[in-house]
Design a protein around this ligand. Structure first.
Ligand SMILES: *Cc1c(COP(=O)(O)O)cnc(C)c1O
Length: 425
């Protein structure tokens, strides 16, 4: 095995340091394995309950009437995530699209959306109209209110109480911190927040942006009172196999509204061909608990590898995890660049290219990205990026297998070492 690592350019010194860190993580990795086991049983049980069979993999074209594979997959998702119904479609192009679909279908002119956990994910700003944009909800007369988390990361309950206006129709709760610096919410914390909101206003819908959170814990937000969860299939629940797509799971009414928005009033869930990708959706969901476990191990390994070397890591090396994202702050551009180049060099695809910072549309500074993925833009595969501005933070996530995640981290550390950005290992 050392021979292979040497072939990748990883020195004995880096390897020995990595082994020492991994050794200290046995107990945490065992806890993750238990969560994987629980979630694997949950998925298989849902597949059996709905009698998944070869006939589900036939696929359909055209209108896609009576597509058994599509209808069964949606039942499997509903059971798996504890909802009444689901919409799981290749016609949902990404996470933002799934979230837009939910928001656009559940509010009407004059209604208000409230985010009680601070600013939502960047792309939602244009969906809602926080930043003016063509087709935003603001253009349709939907208003928006926001209550930030308190300094210590807790909910501002008094602020939320005041911000629940008579016109508030929907509360949007983002589970993962995404690329923000606030804490990610545990499922338990989401439950507490929803109980508080429903206690004041039982009629308000609570939607959870579940991106990056699926299968990280044993429970999901629908089990603690959410009406709807929404996410992307090129993140956790696609298990690395789904080539595209998004999902919504929740109350029957919510799913019916969203389906009529995705297709058309009167058609709803009845149309939408499988286009031959549903087998990958099934198999990806089957693998997802295990893949998420690998991504979690990779993130925890990275935090434990880099924290003792003086880099700021968020979450830190000890914290419990509620999503798969890891942030590392290098304080110097060379560190961020070396780290991303290491991740790229470990990739199964495009390992021979060297990522460089570039002026990406929509960003106010250069951005560097590492992604040697089978599915373009997939962030359940090992991937990293960060803006070239102080404090030079890399956000990374994914790792379809733990062994590959480990290789990525060792390569990244080797690049940092070669660039003289770390010394005493
Ligand atoms: C990724 C993400 C989204 C948007 O998903 P895309 O597939 O990139 O459009 C929304 N919210 C959160 C928290 C995310 O992590």
């Amino acid at each position: 095995m050392e021979g292979f690592y040497h072939k990748f350019g990883i020195s004995d010194r880096i390897l020995a340091y990595g082994e020492r860190i991994e050794e200290g993580l046995r107990e945490r990795f065992a806890q993750i394995d238990k969560i994987v086991e629980h979630n694997q049983l949950k998925v298989v049980s849902a597949m059996q309950e709905h009698r998944v069979s070869q006939a589900c993999f036939q696929g359909s074209s055209g209108y896609g009437y009576d597509d058994l594979g599509r209808d069964t997959l949606e039942k499997v998702y509903a059971t798996c995530f504890c909802g009444e119904d689901a919409l799981v479609r290749p016609q949902i192009t990404c996470g933002t699209h799934a979230l837009a679909l939910a928001l656009q279908s559940l509010v009407r002119p004059g209604d208000e959306i409230l985010s009680p956990v601070g600013k939502p994910y960047d792309t939602l700003e244009e969906v809602i109209g926080i930043r003016p944009s063509r087709g935003s909800l603001a253009e349709y007369g939907v208003t928006y209110a926001q209550v930030d988390l308190k300094e210590n990361g807790s909910f501002d309950l008094e602020g939320i109480r005041k911000a629940l206006h008579p016109q508030t129709r929907l509360v949007t709760i983002q589970r993962s911190k995404g690329y923000d610096s606030r804490p990610t919410l545990s499922v338990e914390a989401i439950g507490t927040l929803i109980a508080f909101i429903k206690g004041l206003r039982p009629d308000v819908l609570c939607m959870v942006d579940n991106c990056y959170g699926e299968f990280v814990e044993e429970r999901e937000p629908l089990e603690v009172g959410a009406d709807l969860i929404v996410g992307s299939l090129i993140k956790n629940p696609g298990g690395g196999l789904a080539p595209s797509g998004g999902y919504l799971v929740g109350k029957k009414e919510c799913i019916a509204e969203a389906a009529c928005r995705l297709t058309s009033p009167g058609l709803g869930k009845e149309v939408g061909a499988g286009l031959g990708v549903l087998p990958a959706f099934y198999q990806g969901l089957f693998l997802a608990p295990s893949v998420v476990g690998s991504a979690l191990k990779t993130a925890i390994f990275a935090a434990n590898l880099l924290e003792p070397l003086g880099f700021d890591v968020l979450p830190d090396s000890k914290e419990p995890r509620h999503d798969i994202i890891q942030a590392v702050t290098f304080r110097r551009p060379e560190g961020l660049i070396a780290f991303c180049q290491g991740i790229q060099a470990a990739a199964p695809v495009d390992s021979f290219v060297t990522p460089e910072p570039w002026d990406m549309p929509g960003y106010d500074s250069k951005v560097i990205m590492a992604a040697g993925a089978f599915v373009q833009g997939s962030s359940i595969e090992l991937s990293a990026d960060g803006p070239l501005r102080p404090p030079y933070t890399a956000f990374f996530q994914g790792g379809l297998t733990w062994a590959h995640g480990k290789l990525g981290m060792l390569m990244a550390l080797q690049k940092l070492y070669d660039a003289h950005l770390v010394s005493d290992l």
